[in-house]
Design a protein around this ligand. Structure first.
Ligand SMILES: N[C@@H](CCC(=O)N[C@@H](CS)C(=O)NCC(=O)O)C(=O)O
Length: 217
């Protein structure tokens, strides 16, 4: 039985993208269900699949996993042949720390710059909290790239769960035209060149749902 992944609109759902891009990049077969956000029936529809009423949720037969980071851990555990986390112990510990930091933090940037995968590039004035988050993200990415990233253009060389967790940040920095270093831009370009990234964007572009409060920013 194939895995089932429950996600929200691809145009606006950052947490969904993390799980989806991981499965797509590592070519792990799955069926997706897309539930549009912000409609009267949204919550009830998500609750049919996910006990906390949030997506993503992954269904593997009788097993349900929710919270993006748990989904990623479950996929890593059930696909040990794929290097979903970096293979080296120190790199893996570092990647997990960054993924957890992303999962728990960066509210300043997340609030100021909501993800919108259809948004034309347009600069906005960033809050101090958002600027502080960008500084931390750039430092964290530069450190990971320098310390562990020799084998490729991603945080730990080859694409891993850490890159999946930060993928929506790439959208934010790009679409809100946030001033970043050349190295940060190079990393963002590598993420945005991934076939799995492009497939997600194409699906987002094709969606007909519109949420005005996100499109207005
Ligand atoms: N911490 C959760 C966040 C999940 C989340 O907030 N998902 C949003 C979509 S991006 C959602 O399900 N919203 C539905 C709602 O609030 O009704 C995770 O990592 O998966």
């Amino acid at each position: 039985m194939p895995l089932k992944l429950i996600v929200a609109n691809k145009a606006y759902s950052s947490w969904s993208q993390r799980a989806w891009i991981l499965l797509a990049h590592f070519k792990i077969p799955f069926e997706e269900t897309v539930i549009p956000l912000d409609l009267p029936e949204t919550h009830a529809r998500i609750l049919k699949h996910s006990p906390n009423g949030k997506v993503p949720a992954l269904i593997d037969g009788p097993i349900t996993v929710w919270e993006s980071l748990s989904v990623i851990e479950y996929v890593a555990e059930t696909h040990p042949e794929k290097a979903i986390w970096p293979r080296g112990k120190a790199a893996r510990a570092h990647a997990r720390s960054l993924a957890a930091e992303m999962h728990a933090g960066f509210q300043g940037l997340r609030q100021a710059c909501p993800v919108n995968y259809r948004r034309p590039v347009r600069k906005i004035a960033l809050t101090e909290a958002a600027q502080a988050d960008v500084a931390r993200i750039e430092a964290a990415w530069a450190h990971a790239r320098k310390t562990f990233g020799k084998a490729g253009p991603f945080l730990f060389g080859r694409f891993s769960a850490a890159d999946a967790m930060f993928a929506p940040i790439v959208n934010r920095l790009h679409t809100y035209d946030v001033p970043v270093s050349r190295r940060t831009r190079e990393y963002m370009a590598a993420v945005m060149a991934l076939p799995a990234w492009k497939a997600w964007i194409a699906d987002a572009e094709a969606e007909e749902w519109r949420i005005e409060k996100y499109d207005a920013i």
